[in-house]
Design a protein around this ligand. Structure first.
Ligand code: ZN
Length: 1006
């Protein structure tokens, strides 16, 4: 159905400022908590006495109370891997955040004062399936409208782990840890299970009266403000002012330095902002206060006044970058540690977390089953706010002028790169769903956050600027200190628009519906491309020029979603002329610009319009409102993003740094290194020049000329990877290299000249690193290569050097090392078989097989210093036929480290490595280059390599034993954008006279 008339031609509707209104008063019948907390930071113990009053607002009596007591949670055995992978995704060492023990919360007593004023103990139990759900049996029914008050005593031990409750590097945190009533309605209690990788919280806001006892050296950050303090015996009792919020967060540290700022709100009120952070983080502490003031003011205009006269930012450790609490946000230590020039990212993060003061705290949600109801609006409105404040697609990193060539991390690429990756992989989840349905954080991000933000954007767009403001303000006012479900939200939307919206909600919120518009053809005055306009109409109007523009638009997605088509003109910002378009079955005439929209075959429309100036671009859905499967073809102008750089690295070819909706062409001096081994051949570290093309999740390729450091020659080469081709889980890649100069420095093996490979890969399990291959994959390949191995020093009698091989093979790899940059534990399996022909002295049939098994394991907790030590081991077996061929080298950077490639070669080898990685420096904060690069951990590696290689049926000089020492530096790139381990190994074979070998590399050798 054409629904064009419904769309607003909202060109310049001024944002109606609806005037200030008072914050909504919290309802009286919310739960009431009177809490005394003694937080013994030295003993890492919180002792809590809590009086809870609950009013039954449903129409049925109940004889039970259900509370969530999350510290009673224990990670189920089967969830360790998922949780480790979640922390890895956040570039966090899993062991720092995974608390295997759990059960830190203990209930001491729950009691009730009966009508005679006698204290009576109550029975309570924890649910077996949902270990954090505490059921309390009351002595009597609580009738509708009646209240009940209970007293609860509990303790919470604070593990030395990062997370919501615990202690780390002198910061103690107690957030989402106090016993809190579950959500209750006519159908009873809803205590949702704890999900450690997100915010599964579903509860009412509550009235809090809290006193906090802290050792007197501790500085306090919490949801409420201090009313009075009293000192006694080395302790300070903080009596907090009454507070109404969704939760009550408490953080404390002796190392906190307090920063303050008085923030002016649009209604004239002053909000006192505080930021508690380490001394060394004063820069961002001050910056965050400025950013917080700006964001609080803007959201107050949009959604109604910020409900408090105070707001706190607390530095903490919890793996995530930021996390909302009532009246407070926690910002991870690693964010404070970011380069100063990454202020754009910090601004984005702070603005998002502050948006949750409305969409989480004020308007509550079912965080377990409807994460989208707070993450959707928080994500969407943060981007809308930054679009207005910074312009679309601003850079997260403000590189100084002299670093103009550095890769950009632009906001829209950050926002949409991963979502379009999920779409290309057919792994887009619905926006609304319960946390377990997403399975992991990545799916939750692309579904509830990214897709959810699109859904709220479509609502914003449908309502128009003024309508949207009125609608969302109305929703916030009505649901302040209440809980908003998706169903209730739909009801509100339908009431506001006066139309049913089932279809819209089903398509875009509950299902995976997409649309896919494209601009197929644009002609101006009957000619394609640049054309001179002809005179029309009144010669006195303007310059008298008019242009008749015809556009063929296509919609081939699942759903026809109406949108607008925008026209851009030289020298003018944005799209000053827009007309609504939608699929149509009849000719529509619009009064504006003599526009005519008519059907033009299946799913195509022809739009003709008379414009006063010649457009330089025509774009469908210019504001990127829709869930459009391929936004790259929505524009007429598809000019690639062209970069000439003095330093071309892999960072120019990632989803994060490239434009997601167009081709990215890059050229310049190039440096490249292999971060992993390929079964056909592993490409050398190269220095040279490259011209490359990249398209997010679609293509990566280029032409290059470079010096190869391993074979010490200069090659010309080409590489290309077709990602997600021909299917979502497959890719095809090619590489060809031909020597054009060298080898230099007396390197042996002059007969080698060229090599080529082609492979088809099936991805079993995707990875998350910017530089590593998938976690698990299988591939078929074909490769030709001349022998690039140096001529061996030592040879077995009868062994023959091959001149070239032409092989076809299969390869399988699974790498479960976690975290991938510096594994605490995991297994690695690799298997290859290939067959083909080899040119020895004559051409022969050859078969080659290679298997590898490796493991790394951290020593258990509780061994003090030694707990951090990791043991790693590996075996490699490779064999080929005919056995006189010297197809393999025993030595190498990631093989037997006591020999170089030249030392021993043969047709069959076995190899075993054992390595202890012993901590020298842990948790370092050492940063260089404005925190662009940081050292986090340094390990000393002590290793033993043993192996033998055979040719023509006999060992080449027997089993070789090598010992060595190495240094591993675990580095953080851009604080937490990427992690990598740099390696230096020195090895010496003890039973051969082969010299000391020195190896550099990225990542551990196995
Ligand atoms: Zn959020």
């Amino acid at each position: 159905m054409p629904s064009i008339g419904r769309i607003f031609i909202a060109l310049a509707l001024a944002a109606a400022w609806l005037g200030s209104s008072r914050a909504v008063d919290p309802p009286k019948d919310l739960p009431k908590y009177d809490i005394g907390v003694k937080l013994d930071t030295g003993k890492r113990l919180a002792t809590v006495h809590q009086t809870t009053t609950w009013t039954n607002r449903s129409d049925r009596p109940t004889k039970q109370l259900l509370m969530n007591f999350y510290p009673h949670y224990q990670i189920p055995d089967g969830d360790f891997f998922l949780l480790a992978k979640t922390l890895e995704l956040l570039r966090q060492n899993p062991n720092d955040g995974i608390d295997r023990k759990g059960r830190h919360g203990e209930i001491r007593e729950i009691a009730w004062a009966n009508p005679r004023g006698e204290k009576q103990r109550l029975r309570y139990s924890f649910n077996e399936e949902n270990a954090s759900a505490l059921t309390i049996d009351l002595a009597e029914d609580v009738q509708p409208g009646q209240s009940v008050t209970i007293e609860l005593d509990c303790t919470i031990r604070l593990p030395q782990k990062q997370g919501r409750w615990g202690q780390w590097n002198g910061i103690t945190f107690l957030t989402f840890a106090l016993p809190t009533l579950a959500y209750h309605d006519g159908s009873g209690w809803h205590a949702m299970p704890f999900v450690p990788w997100h915010q599964p919280f579903w509860n009412e806001a509550a009235h809090y009266r809290v006193t906090i006892d802290l050792p007197e050296d501790q500085k306090l950050a919490c949801s409420a403000t201090v009313g009075s303090i009293a000192k006694r015996d080395g302790w300070i009792t903080h009596t907090m002012k009454p507070f109404v919020g969704r939760d009550f967060a408490i953080l404390a540290s002796a190392d906190y330095v307090e920063h303050k700022r008085a923030a002016k709100m649009p209604d004239g009120r002053t909000v006192e902002l505080r930021c508690l952070a380490y001394q060394r983080h004063a820069h961002y502490a001050e910056e965050m206060l400025i950013l917080a003031e700006e964001a609080l003011a803007q959201y107050s205009k949009w959604f109604g006044p910020y409900p408090y006269d105070h707001f706190t930012i607390a530095e903490s450790y919890f793996g995530w970058n930021g996390n909302e609490c009532a009246g407070l946000v926690m910002i991870d230590e690693r964010v404070f540690d970011m380069p100063k020039l990454a202020r754009g990212y910090v601004e984005y993060l702070i603005s998002h977390e502050i948006c949750h003061q409305w969409w989480y705290n004020l308007v509550g949600t079912n965080g377990y089953a409807e994460t989208v109801m707070d993450e959707g609006p928080a994500t969407y409105f943060t981007h809308k706010y930054l679009d207005q404040k910074r312009g679309k697609n601003n850079d997260f990193v403000a590189w100084p002028a002299e670093a103009w060539f550095a890769p950009h991390i632009r906001r829209e690429n950050y926002r949409f790169g991963s979502m379009y990756g999920a779409i290309r992989r057919n792994e887009m989840y619905p926006a609304a769903g319960a946390l377990p349905e997403y399975g992991n954080l990545f799916n939750l991000f692309t579904g509830a956050y990214d897709r959810g933000a699109k859904f709220f954007g479509m609502i914003d767009d449908r309502l128009g600027e003024a309508g949207s403001l009125e609608f969302f303000r109305g929703v916030v006012a009505k649901y302040s200190f209440r809980v908003l479900s998706a169903k209730a939200f739909q009801r509100e939307f339908e009431e506001y628009t006066g139309k049913k919206a089932d279809e819209f909600f089903n398509r875009y919120l509950y299902q995976r519906g997409m649309t896919d518009w494209s601009v197929d053809k644009v002609t101006i005055d009957g000619r394609r491309g640049p054309a001179v306009g002809r005179k029309r109409g009144d010669p006195l109007a303007g310059d008298g020029q008019e242009y008749r523009v015809e556009i063929i638009a296509k919609q081939q997605g699942e759903y026809d979603e109406p949108t607008t088509i925008g026209f851009r003109f030289a020298g003018e910002p944005g799209f000053p002329i827009r007309i609504p378009i939608g699929p149509t079955t009849r000719t529509l005439k619009l009064p504006e610009y003599e526009a005519v929209i008519e059907p033009d075959g299946p799913s195509r429309s022809r739009i003709t319009i008379t414009l006063p100036r010649k457009p330089v671009d025509v774009v469908i859905d210019p504001d990127r409102i829709l869930l459009d499967a391929n936004p790259g073809d929505n524009a007429w102008d598809r000019t690639p993003n062209l970069t000439i750089t003095p330093l071309y690295t892999f960072l120019n070819e990632t989803d994060l740094t490239a434009d997601y909706d167009r081709w990215n062409l890059t050229a310049g001096p190039w440096i490249w290194g292999a971060s992993y081994q390929d079964p056909w051949y592993t490409r050398s570290t190269m220095l040279g020049v490259r011209a490359g093309a990249f398209r997010t999740q679609t293509f990566l390729g280029g032409l290059y000329a470079a010096y190869r450091t391993d074979t010490r020659d200069v090659v010309a080469g080409v590489d290309a990877t077709l990602m997600r081709w021909p299917w979502a889980k497959t890719q095809v890649g090619v590489n060809y290299e031909r020597r054009i100069a060298g080898p230099f420095f007396d390197n042996q093996g002059r007969d080698a000249a060229q090599r080529a490979s082609i492979y088809g890969r099936y991805i079993i399990q995707e990875g998350i690193s910017l530089y590593l291959p998938p976690i698990s994959y299988a591939e078929v390949y074909s490769t030709y290569q001349d022998n690039f191995l140096p001529t061996p020093r030592e040879r077995a009698p009868g062994a023959e050097r091959y001149r070239s091989t032409w092989l076809s093979g299969i390869h399988f790899r699974t790498n479960l090392y976690t975290p991938y940059w510096d594994p605490e534990r995991g297994v690695w399996v690799d298997f290859t078989y290939a067959g083909g022909v080899a040119r020895l002295n004559e051409t022969v049939t050859t078969h080659q097989v290679r298997g590898e098994l490796a493991t790394a394991q951290k020593l258990p907790d509780g061994l003090g210093y030694f707990s951090d030590t990791r043991l790693a081991g590996r075996v490699v077996v490779a064999s080929s036929w005919p056995d006189r061929g010297e197809f393999f080298s025993l030595g190498g950077s990631t093989m037997y480290r006591g020999f170089d490639l030249r030392e021993r070669q043969g047709s069959t080898l076995w190899l075993a490595n054992a390595e202890a990685r012993i901590p020298i420096l842990r948790e370092s904060r050492y940063n260089v280059l404005d925190s662009f690069l940081g050292v986090r951990n340094i390990w000393m590696a002590a290793f033993y390599d043993v192996g033998d290689i055979y040719a023509n049926g006999q060992s080449v000089r027997g089993v070789a034993h090598a010992v060595g020492l190495g240094v591993r530096v675990d580095t953080a790139i851009f604080s937490f954008i990427e992690r990598a381990t740099l390696r230096l190994d020195v090895a010496k074979t003890v039973n051969a006279d082969s010299g000391v070998q020195v190896w550099f590399g990225v990542q551990h050798p196995f």
